[in-house]
Design a protein around this ligand. Structure first.
Ligand SMILES: [Zn+2]
Length: 168
């Protein structure tokens, strides 16, 4: 006999990958790495564990509601969405395809921190790449972009402003 619970869990992951982040509609919550665990208890009951990208991110309530909706539609009667804050979400959990999609959307994806050498100090700085011309010659305009989860940057080369996804 087929292990139906395992079978259902993989279908649930498929369903969840159709739930998009309300802030960045090209990214699913699976791309973002928000969904930490799916646990099917039986044919009627399921628990989905999510970790918010940013504490107090208002998008999380919308996301929980969307998870509930797709799973109720799928046939579950009891859908629990649990939020786990620790360990904290990091941009490392974002899938490679998610980072590519962000770039295609015109938002600079989060990058590992790079150490840059300044005249008399060593300072950790994030090197943010322009999603339009791929230049690293960019500067921070505002810590808050179009939403609290994004910062506004401007490229010094092509002069285009762009959002940087800094949700963490
Ligand atoms: Zn540019």
């Amino acid at each position: 006999m087929v292990n139906t619970i395992e079978h259902t869990e993989s279908q649930v992951w498929q369903l969840l990958s159709t739930v998009n982040d309300p802030e960045v509609p090209v990214l699913s919550i699976v791309d973002l790495g928000i969904v930490r665990n799916v646990s099917v208890h039986n044919a009627e009951s399921i628990t989905v564990t999510i970790t918010p990208t940013y504490s107090g991110c208002p998008a999380m309530d919308v996301i929980s509601m969307q998870i509930r909706l797709v799973l109720l539609e799928y046939g579950f009667k009891e859908v629990k969405v649990e939020k786990v804050l620790s360990p904290a979400w990091t941009t490392d959990w974002m899938s490679e395809s998610g980072k590519e999609k962000l770039k295609a959307y015109g938002i600079a994806p989060p990058l590992p921190k790079q150490t840059v050498c300044k005249p008399d100090e060593f300072q950790e700085e994030e090197a943010i790449q322009c999603p339009h011309c791929l230049s690293y010659h960019t500067r921070l305009i505002s810590r808050f972009g179009s939403t609290a989860c994004k910062a506004l940057y401007q490229c010094q080369d092509c002069k285009e402003p762009f959002d940087y996804f800094k949700c963490h």
